[in-house]
Design a protein around this ligand. Structure first.
Ligand code: BT5
Length: 273
């Protein structure tokens, strides 16, 4: 009897369901769904080290070792979020891989806006915020051989119905954000996943055909930082200034108080009040 509780998750991921009525060209050409994995990025990475073609999407209901950048943990409880990793084989230099994070950030923010009607913004480089709380994170990992970019694994986590008591401070879920505004809505993970694959496909095709200019323009319009004062924690120093823009490789341009400009390719940005 209790079995039903475990098998009857209303919008459990199944490849058929995710692929229903989406006509993407590259992203999600093949969809694999798992119940529990250590990390969808690890699964996708192993597949890509074989001969997995570009576009394969790996979804899981839960992760036992979900990860963020720099060895940080990504909280990944069961059936309350999207955990997705994509195998990509873009023709670009390894130094340009940050553009894939930007592209994904734009696609995630557009997906949340389209499906949930929430005003999602991007916090450089890889966070999506709703009401200033993190609802989505992106982890881009690459494999380089003989100085050549072999593949990119694009990992995306979106908190859909996760109770916020499971989340670290400053994080939230999409359901929580609409419910705290008084609505009773519960979003469908499948619907969000489908729209996300569509958005990523559109963005990736445009990027391959026309380069990064469109994604950079879209990114600028969705940035939580443009024109704001920021404090940046780098490995060996802390700098302050005004976030101005991103450059054509996806680096954040901060104008320091002494007039110099820094192009940041790594580091954490914290908004100053
Ligand atoms: C990220 O790292 O934001 C990248 C997260 C990528 C997760 C996806 S899920 C599918 C795929 N498989 C994986 O194993 N990973 C990818 P970072 O910028 O380093 O942020 C990590 C920080 O976010 C943590 O230190 C916490 O403070 C916070 N955090 C942890 N879990 C969270 C969650 N579920 N929602 C919001 N914030 C979270």
């Amino acid at each position: 009897m209790d079995e039903k509780i475990f098998t009857d998750i209303p919008d459990e991921f199944s490849a058929e369901e995710i692929l229903r009525r989406i006509e993407t060209k590259i992203i999600g050409r093949k969809v694999l769904t798992y119940n529990i994995v250590n990390s969808t990025n690890t699964v996708a990475f192993s597949l890509a080290q074989g001969s997995e073609p570009e576009g394969t999407a790996v979804f899981a209901e839960a992760q036992t070792a979900g990860r963020g950048r720099l060895g940080r943990v990504w909280v990944s409880p069961k059936s309350t979020a999207i955990y997705l990793s994509l195998v990509l084989r873009p023709k670009m230099l390894a130094e340009e891989a940050a553009l894939i994070t930007l592209l994904a950030a734009v696609s995630c923010a557009e997906t949340i806006r389209a499906v949930c009607g929430l005003k999602a913004l991007i916090r450089w480089p890889n966070d999506i915020l709703v009401n200033n709380k993190k609802v989505c994170g992106i982890l881009t990992e690459i494999e380089v051989k003989d100085n050549k970019l072999e593949f990119v694994i694009l990992g995306i986590g979106i908190n859909v119905s996760m109770p916020i008591k499971k989340l670290p401070a400053g994080a939230s879920s999409l359901d929580h954000e609409v419910q705290s505004a008084g609505a009773e809505t519960q979003f469908s993970r499948i619907e969000i996943a489908r729209e996300l694959l569509r958005q990523l496909d559109k963005a990736y095709l445009s990027f391959q055909e026309q380069g990064s200019s469109l994604v950079i323009t879209q990114w600028r319009n969705l940035s939580a930082f443009s024109g704001k004062r920021v404090k940046v924690f780098l490995a060996n120093k802390v700098i302050e200034g005004q976030a101005q823009d991103i450059d054509e490789q996806g680096a954040l341009i901060v104008r320091l108080d002494n007039g110099f400009k820094e192009h940041l390719v790594a580091g954490d940005v914290v908004k100053v009040r």
